[in-house]
Design a binder for this molecule. Sequence first.
Ligand SMILES: [Zn+2]
Length: 394
Amino acid sequence: MLIPLLLALQLRAATTAGALTVRTASASQQIPLVGDTAGPMLRPQMLAPLLPVTVVAESPGHYRVELAGVRFGLEIGVASTTVGGQVRPLASAPTLRDQQLLIPLQLVSEVLPSFAPNLRWDAATRQLFVSPRAAPVNAAHASTSKTKPRLVVVDAGHGGPDNGMTGPIGAPISIYEKDVTLAVAKRLGAELRARGLRVLFTRTTDTLIALSDRGRIANQAGGDLFISVHVNAANLGWKEPAAARGFETYFLAEAKTEDARRVEEMENESVRFETDTKVSKDDALSYILSDMKQNEHLRESSELAELVEEHLATIHPGPERGVKQAGFRVLVTAFMPAVLVEIGFGTNAAEARYLTDGRHQAEIASAVADAAAEYLRRYERRVNGGSGGVRDER
Ligand SMILES: [Zn+2]
């Protein structure tokens, strides 16, 4: 799968440098990229007006470029930039073409978003999302985000031709993952609304939504949290697969264990059903993961995941399998604290009964809603309370 994909990407890079799109809540703009042996480049001025841009030639070969309030020191022929008191490597050196400064795309897609928290890059579609609201951790802008209740995006895993897992092992099929995730997601949405939060569902019917679109839906709506609901399946290679049970919560990062990789592969399988998917998904994953490492959402997501596990432990027969990390495609494109909850094993006969029981689905939904509400309360306190910790780069 990966090798033809890489070839296709190389081929595309050689023939055309393409374009990037800057997207705000109400407008979008295409910016042409210029091909260069070292990779795609662009004229920074083209990012205006959706992004504030200033370009100043300070001395021959030396430029000061301000993008979205972030100041970059650049030198022609030098593949690094000074920004925020640090020196950051660039994919290629800035150049002059027809007296015009060209900067590498990577400065805009990778370096800039790590200093401007209201910007998010989606590598799969080459889009730079400009968020209208301030960065979640940015105390200076807390007052603007307080006016509206927080928006939680609830994602029911799978759907349509993608059944997800079926179970239990050794018995006629009595559980389809896509049905359980939809039922629990709907209850979760109702529980969140009852707690004064706003809710957006990625799906409310038995339909297939591409994994990459689920995150995009969340971004475009300006979601504050993303919760994806799933049902686990034991690996048939395990010693007693039918006996495995319990709940676990994932946040996005590279898979750490063999078991996390199993769940990652299983959940990412859904792309198989997507007929109209764009290429470079694998590319998008590694790209954004590298960016995510410096991202505050990782910490926030892991805290949310902890809370989900804690609250589920109060009602779920268990066992509690804990917080784990893996590279889920559905989480890759959600630029907000995001978790994926495996609410139990449908491969286990007793747990399949538990998960298909409406009363227990309601308990699960309520526990996850409590976790989300508690996370947001803590988060509001952090934002409104201590203004110390985070420095406003702008
Ligand atoms: Zn699933």
